[in-house]
Design a protein around this ligand. Structure first.
Ligand code: IMP
Ligand code: MG
Length: 182
């Protein structure tokens, strides 16, 4: 098996991702210049972006992870989220930066945001590498966005189809034959 075979087209190359991550890291480092940041990464999709981003930040960083799943089928996000893995430590009084792979309907993120805000962090900002604004079902304030993309199903750089393709170094559009054969 060869992972690149399943890709119709590269949408965002490895170099473009790296350049954008550098830009975002510069902006975030400037915005948080007098603080420590707690980077909360949403598993599993946010991992590739988050580790690349954190290595470019010039402010002190603590890290934690959270894994949530949506009730209902994956194609119909209900917006009600179950916490599969919670943060290890309280976040009260901390400057939290929530890192996501992609914002689609926005329902998951809004729910996570409410959970985190109820724990009274000093601040909460949201950072995503990809955004599909045309699919939004609820308003979400996103503080840092890498790329706005069209309504296509993409994989790579953390994003999966049936748990695969997360390790592609670029963001690509999956061949239709991959899901039509299943
Ligand atoms: P939503 O914003 O609540 O609709 O859900 C966002 C989540 O849906 C992301 O964290 C991804 O796990 C998943 N998702 C949305 N669009 C894509 C895609 O194009 N490829 C892979 N996963 C996606
Ligand atoms: Mg996800």
């Amino acid at each position: 098996m060869y992972i690149h075979e399943d890709i119709e087209k590269v949408l965002i190359s490895e170099d473009e991702l790296a350049a954008k991550v550098g830009e975002l890291a510069e902006k975030i480092s400037a915005d948080y210049k007098d603080c420590e940041v707690l980077v909360v990464t949403l598993l599993k999709g946010g991992v590739m972006f988050s580790v690349d981003l954190m290595r470019k930040l010039t402010v002190p960083v603590e890290i934690d992870f959270m894994n949530v799943s949506s009730y209902g089928s994956s194609s119909k996000t209900s917006g009600v989220v179950k916490i599969d893995k919670d943060l290890d430590k309280p976040i009260a009084g901390k400057h939290v930066l929530l890192v996501e792979d992609i914002i689609d309907s926005g329902l998951t993120l809004n729910y996570v945001k409410e959970i985190l805000l109820s724990r009274e962090p000093a601040s909460l900002k949201i950072c995503t590498i990809l955004d599909k604004p045309s699919r939004r079902k609820t308003h979400v304030d996103v503080d840092y966005t890498g790329f706005e993309i069209p309504d296509e199903f993409v994989v790579g750089y953390g994003l999966d189809y049936a748990q695969k393709h997360r390790n592609l170094p670029y963001v690509g559009i999956l061949k239709r034959s991959v899901y039509e054969n299943e």
